[in-house]
Design a protein. Structure first.
Length: 113
C-alpha cells in the first residue's frame, strides 16, 4: 500500500464539499472578495469563512486583506499533486484493463480452435 500523503488528503478533503467546489469555480473567473463568494451560497459569513479556511489550508486559494476587504484568489498549481496521483491511478487501471482484454481475447481465440 502506498504511503499516506497528507497534502493529497487535504486536497481531496477540500474538494469533497460542493460549496468549496463552487467557490473554486467562481475563483477560476478571477479573484473575489469574501462577501461576493458568500452571496450565492446562502450561507452565513462564518460558515463561508470556515470553507475558505479549508481551501486555504489545502493550498487551493490565497487570501489577502486590504483594509476591511479580504480577497481570495485561486492557486491552480496546487492541483498538480492530485493530478499526478490521478494520472498514476489511471495508468494502473488502464494497464489492468489491457491485460484483461488480452486474456479475454486469448480465451476467445482458444475457444475458436
Amino acid at each position: 500500500m502506498a504511503k499516506h500523503d497528507p497534502d493529497l488528503s487535504l486536497l481531496f478533503h477540500a474538494l469533497a464539499d460542493p460549496t468549496r467546489r463552487a467557490i473554486l469555480t467562481r475563483l477560476a473567473e478571477g479573484p473575489a472578495p469574501v462577501s461576493a463568494l458568500a452571496e450565492p451560497t446562502g450561507l452565513r459569513l462564518p460558515t463561508v469563512m470556515r470553507h475558505l479556511a479549508v481551501l486555504e489550508e489545502a493550498g487551493l486559494i490565497a487570501t489577502a486583506k486590504d483594509g476591511r476587504v479580504r480577497t481570495c484568489a485561486i492557486v491552480p498549481e496546487a492541483l498538480v499533486p492530485m493530478r499526478t496521483w490521478l494520472d498514476a491511478q489511471r495508468a494502473i487501471w488502464e494497464a489492468r484493463l489491457d491485460r484483461l482484454d488480452a486474456y479475454v481475447m486469448q480465451l476467445v481465440k482458444e475457444g475458436e480452435t
